[in-house]
Ligand binder design. Structure first.
Ligand SMILES: *Cc1c(COP(=O)(O)O)cnc(C)c1O
Length: 349
């Protein structure tokens, strides 16, 4: 286990999020050896290499290293939209639920929310809500999509739905942005190259700091002209980082060595789901466990079960009054998966 685990945390089974992973030995080695520059001045070779790698993998012209997924998303909104524009967005999207009102504050847009089937908005409903700017209505300039969908429990948005969004974007003249914090989970679960998902979008943001195990960072990808604007917004928001190559070095290790292993997280999520759904007072919709998350519906209040699990060294977070979210990641091996299952059995008994 990485020395960056404090001793008192080593035995914990931390299923609160896939953001809790510690850097690997390979990452510490890469950080030590990374050639560095000043990325705000544009000459950090390690950042440039990471950005090139990301753009190439996604099939985009350029990429920009940003400190967080939140910043990447908000920069995308600010670049695609003018203040007063409308964006179309799923009603439980991270951009709305967990980014503290930033779309109203930074891009200054009206967020037009649409219902969904587990994160997937009906393309016909999307099409119907594209507004033309006139004396009365705001003009819709952007459609935002989240894949995999966080509050829908890591649900994958089907590829044909993504293609339908692209068709609407082209026909109605609006841009389409992907909040792809966990888009690599979708790619691995579907067995398709990441570029097959990214090709439907004008911009894609993905996180290095979730299942891909980096300590910090996201990449915003798109056309060169878009990334030029994004670089200005990153500076404006205080996201310019100097020897950022020390972080980008981990990102390179993420992309080289930590993509395929997401399949292990998906397998372990299914194992936990299978065991927990057999317990009294708890249920899991097995067919909805598509990637690295398990949503457990509890008869007892979720915080009560959360507390009992914590006493047994298993941490998770409630996402509703009777719902717990478990997130699998690289620091949860088979032994810890088994420990989580044992804790659930003990709590349910
Ligand atoms: C985590 C997450 C983000 C934001 O990432 P941060 O790096 O935590 O700011 C954006 N979208 C989704 C769907 C996420 O799960």
């Amino acid at each position: 286990m990485s020395p960056s685990f404090p001793p008192e945390q080593r035995d914990l089974v931390d299923l609160r999020s896939d953001t809790v992973t510690r850097p690997t030995d390979e990452m510490f080695e890469a950080m030590r050896n990374a050639p560095l520059g000043d990325d705000v001045l544009g000459d950090d070779p390690t950042v440039l290499r990471l950005e090139e790698m990301a753009a190439q993998m996604l099939g985009k012209e350029c990429a920009l290293f940003v400190p967080s997924g939140t910043m990447g998303n908000q920069i995308a909104l600010a670049c695609h939209c003018q203040p007063g524009d409308a964006i179309l967005i799923e009603e439980e999207a991270h951009i709305l639920y967990y980014e503290v009102g930033a779309p109203a504050l930074i891009a200054g847009v009206v967020s037009w929310t649409l219902p969904s089937n587990r994160g997937a908005m009906d393309p016909e409903v999307v099409d119907r809500h594209v507004l033309r700017a006139n004396l009365h209505t705001p003009g819709t300039t952007l459609l935002c999509v989240e894949n995999t969908h966080n509050r829908a429990g890591g649900a994958i948005i089907p590829l044909d739905t993504l293609a339908a969004y692209r068709e609407i974007g082209d026909r109605r003249g609006i841009k389409v942005h992907l909040d792809g914090a966990r888009v690599f989970n979708a790619s691995v679960a579907l067995g398709v190259p990441i570029s097959e998902i990214a090709k439907h979008f004008d911009s894609v943001n993905f996180c290095l700091s979730k299942g891909l195990r980096s300590p910090v960072g996201s990449l915003l990808c798109g056309k060169a002209e878009f990334i030029d604007k994004a670089r200005v917004w990153r500076k404006r928001l205080g996201g310019g980082m100097r020897q950022a190559g020390i972080l980008a070095a981990c990102g390179i290790v993420s992309l080289n060595s930590n993509v395929d292993r997401l399949a292990d997280d998906h397998r372990r999520a299914k194992e936990i789901a299978q065991a927990v759904c057999e317990l009294p007072g708890m249920s899991v919709k097995l067919e909805e466990v598509e990637t690295n998350m398990v949503m457990v519906d509890t008869e007892a209040p979720a915080p009560e079960i959360q507390g009992k699990l914590a006493e047994k060294g298993v941490l998770c977070l409630p996402t509703g009054p009777n719902r717990l979210r478990l997130v699998l990641h690289a620091d949860i091996d088979d032994a810890k998966t088994e420990k989580a299952i044992e804790a659930f059995r003990a709590v349910a008994a």
